[in-house]
Ligand binder design. Structure first.
Ligand code: AMP
Ligand code: MG
Length: 267
């Protein structure tokens, strides 16, 4: 999955990364779905051990333009996990109270505890994305945030959290199709916001803001992956593989009982 990693020393250019890429998988869409099932099972098995061991913590960060699949990844990649040990944190427009604190205040509270997986559906990165594109803070302010974010994520990883960050990469044409299909289907209207059309007009500004964020905050301890996401099946497969990899690297083990259970007889 190295292919989609943003290497700290190699700056990426989003316009050169093909959102239609499916090159690391040989089979067709159907075999991809079977493969995803296998990965779902693996994630579920590993998550059970993570929860039982109550030692490691996993933070998954999802960022993307509207319709690129943040909700889809949460539903399709994490299918089958035990909800006891997994939480989703959604970051919407900050409340008055949140705005009266620093921008990491609301974020830090949501990070995983021992044995937990937390998925961020949007994140502190909004504070260098939407905030930058809409001038919600001065340049002088948001420019300092890349460093804050790196230091915040270093703190989390030093204290035992594994962090993986995904940018789900679609192109503007694909977004048009997806917005259109939401518009055409009344059961999808709940997902359609007129405001999304305004954001769409700012596509190029967003791409620039994303590119900067990815280049300035992909670190050895909290790497970014740019996931080609025009094909949902491929997006799911690659994200699932990276999650399996992150969990496997933890060398998870079921905990041993602290009591001597040998010779215990149940009457
Ligand atoms: P959604 O995730 O589609 O439900 O929309 C949430 C909205 O909240 C998006 O338009 C985000 O850009 C916006 N949002 C999230 N975090 C922030 C933030 N820190 N400042 C301003 N807007 C934000
Ligand atoms: Mg939305």
């Amino acid at each position: 999955m190295e292919k989609y990693l943003v290497k700290p020393k190699n700056k990426i250019n989003l316009s050169q990364i093909d959102p239609n890429d499916t090159s690391t998988f040989d089979g067709d869409k159907n075999s991809a779905k079977n493969k995803l099932k296998e990965l779902n099972n693996k994630i579920a098995r590993l998550q059970e051990i993570l929860f039982a061991q109550n030692k490691h913590k996993l933070l998954v960060i999802l960022q993307a333009m509207d319709t690129a699949g943040k909700d889809g990844v949460i539903k399709d990649v994490f299918e089958g996990v035990n909800p006891q040990g997994v939480k989703v944190a959604n970051f919407k427009r900050p409340t008055e109270e949140e705005l009266s604190h620093d921008y990491l205040w609301r974020v830090h509270k949501q990070t995983p505890g021992k044995g937990e997986i937390v998925i961020f559906n949007r994140s502190h990165y909004e504070d260098v994305l939407v905030v930058r594109v809409h001038n919600l803070a001065s340049k002088e302010k948001w420019e300092k945030r890349y460093q804050h974010i790196n230091e915040f994520e270093k703190l989390l990883t030093d204290e035992g959290t594994t962090i993986v960050k995904f940018f789900l990469h679609i192109d503007k044409h694909e977004q048009k199709e997806r917005l259109q299909s939401r518009l055409d289907d009344t059961t999808k209207h709940w997902k359609f916001n007129l405001g999304d059309l305004k954001e769409r007009e700012l596509w190029d500004e967003y791409m620039k803001a994303y590119e900067d964020a990815l280049n300035k905050t992909s670190t050895d301890f909290a790497p970014w992956y740019v996931i080609p996401s025009n094909k949902k099946w491929y997006r799911n497969l690659i994200v699932a593989e990276i999650i399996v990899d992150a969990l496997t690297k933890m060398k998870l083990e079921y905990p041993k009982s602290e009591e001597d259970l040998s010779g215990v007889e149940i009457k």
